[in-house]
Design a protein around this ligand. Structure first.
Ligand code: NAD
Length: 300
């Protein structure tokens, strides 16, 4: 049975590690937070006292950490030093492309197989085992990567070489941020023009304005499928997380010399929304900024 080491048991990693254990795989789990480790143990994992202990016997090492510096540090100082050379190393965190490529190069130089495998889907998908993984790795390694991720995954797609998974993630989320703002503007304008939101939803979701932000994740309460808008914009995908991804996209665009003016605008608007105290709200709540109704939202 594939022995898993799981490092980073936060909002996402906790549910993901639990699904590995549920699949019958022995999981050695480590987090800097003792509470997070306790939750993982309650979900069927074994507690490790350090990264070194977690990875020592693992066939697959999975990391789910906050950002690039955490990933660089944990791999350089712990995993590449203590893991078995035969281990498959998978970083599922959302980080900058440069860090992903740097860690991949270090891992390869040390004789390891590595993949960047960020996810689409939030905490509920992490708990349900229905995340979408976008993977940057050598093509020859992809079947093993896919098998390792299977208990946590609805779909796993090979994006290309190292770093391509992170590139796919930030391009997708930049597009999502832009489309959500466009959707919010359109609903706010429709309202000012006296057009009922449910009528506009029905028309736009069947017309050329159709997109995921309109049809599946409508920012207006009571319209379309159930979304965070129906729950006071609680849960879902936090504005602070969207802003993190938009910043990564802008940094990548600057380095690559790509013109992304709409992505830059989306970043500025989400930064403004967060600065008003709404970093914890679902990212679709930005409709209240477009409506000039921030006073109706409770900060969070
Ligand atoms: P989180 O802050 O809840 O969890 C991160 C965990 O990493 C924490 O428990 C922290 O204690 C632990 N950690 C930090 N440094 C560590 C170290 N050196 N050794 C061991 N553990 C360490 O964050 P999250 O919401 O679980 O997100 C994790 C990653 O997933 C991020 O990169 C995020 O961008 C990405 N992501 C999150 C979501 C989401 O909806 N939350 C969705 C998609 C992707």
């Amino acid at each position: 049975m594939t022995r898993i080491a799981f490092i980073g048991l936060g909002n996402m990693g906790g549910g993901m590690a639990a699904n590995q254990a549920r699949a019958g795989r022995p999981v050695m789990a480590f987090d800097l937070s003792a509470q997070a480790v306790e939750r993982a143990v309650a979900a069927g994992c074994q507690a490790a006292g350090s990264v070194a202990e977690a990875v020592a016997q693992a066939d697959v090492v999975i990391t789910m950490l906050p950002a690039g510096p955490h990933v660089r540090g944990v791999y350089a100082e712990q995993i590449l030093v203590h893991a078995l050379k035969s281990a498959l190393l998978l970083d599922c965190s959302t980080i900058d492309v440069e860090s992903a490529r740097a860690v991949a190069a270090q891992a390869r130089a040390a004789g390891f197989r590595f993949a960047d495998a960020p996810v689409s889907g939030g905490i509920m998908a992490a708990e349900a085992g229905t995340l979408a993984f976008m993977v940057g790795c050598d093509a020859a390694d992809f079947p093993d990567v896919e098998a390792a991720l299977a208990p946590m995954s609805r779909v796993t797609i090979h994006a290309g070489e190292h770093g391509a998974g992170q590139a796919a993630k930030i391009c997708n989320n930049m597009l999502l941020g832009i489309s959500m703002i466009g959707t919010c503007e359109a609903f706010a304008l429709a309202e000012k023009l006296g057009l009922a939101a449910d009528r506009f939803f029905e028309i736009a979701s069947k017309s050329s304005g159709q997109c995921w932000s309109v049809s599946t994740y409508c920012p207006v309460p009571g319209v379309g499928p159930s979304t965070p808008a129906d729950r006071g914009y609680e849960g879902g995908f936090a504005t602070a997380m969207m802003l993190k991804d938009l910043k990564l996209a802008q940094e990548a665009a600057a380095r690559a010399g790509a013109a992304t003016p709409m992505g830059a605008q989306a970043e500025a608007l989400y930064a403004l929304f967060e600065a008003n105290g709404f970093g914890g709200k679902d990212f679709s709540a930005i409709i209240e900024l477009m409506r000039g109704r921030l006073d109706t939202l409770q900060a969070g």
